[in-house]
Design a protein. Structure first.
Length: 181
């Protein structure tokens, strides 16, 4: 793999991804009980009722109150969950096509078993049917998006060891099954 100059000095990896959820207890329960995450810690309330810290530091309403949980999901992913109480809070989930839309893609070694386990949980709903990419850089990859009861979209992903894009570039994506895909 070709070495690239570090564009931001000192940055070597992603530390965590974060999601704002409507109910922190329910979200922690989903991540630990359904996805197998481990709870590292919870903290909060975090607030600055008389100042501007919340707006200045987190980009939220100055009177917002946050409760936070940090979880470990699999060997390399840290997930931070926020539950806010804030004046003027928008309580509609963004669609994947909306600015700020997002999803969490989960690698699986057993697509069908993972799908059965996830959809057995009350409130997890598949969006459509499992798909296999027929052509292009990731041909052979199987995927499906699911909506969770906490408003988060997740995607199940399973891919072959060799993908068509491997013939075009030395760049490889991380793949828990084999290190890179």
């Amino acid at each position: 793999m070709t070495a690239h100059p570090q564009l931001v000095p000192g940055v070597t990896a992603v530390h965590h991804v974060a999601y704002t959820v409507p109910d922190l207890d329910e979200a922690v329960g989903f991540f630990t009980g359904v996805l197998g995450a481990e709870l590292a810690y919870r903290t909060g309330p975090i607030a600055d009722p008389d100042g501007q810290w919340m707006a200045r530091q987190l980009g939220v309403h100055p009177h917002a109150v946050a409760h936070i949980a940090m979880l470990r999901l699999g060997p390399v992913t840290n997930v931070e969950l926020f539950a806010y109480e804030a004046p003027g809070q928008r309580r509609a989930y963004p669609r994947n096509s909306d600015w700020g839309g997002h999803h969490l893609a989960l690698w699986t070694d057993d697509f069908d078993a993972s799908l059965r386990r996830l959809t057995a949980h009350d409130g997890v709903r598949p969006l459509g049917e499992p798909q296999t990419v027929g052509d292009g850089p990731i041909a052979g990859t199987r995927f499906l998006y699911l909506r969770t009861p906490i408003g988060l979209h997740i995607e199940l992903v399973q891919a072959p060891a060799r993908l068509p894009y491997h013939h075009e570039t030395p760049v490889r994506l991380f793949d828990p099954a084999g290190g890179t895909s």
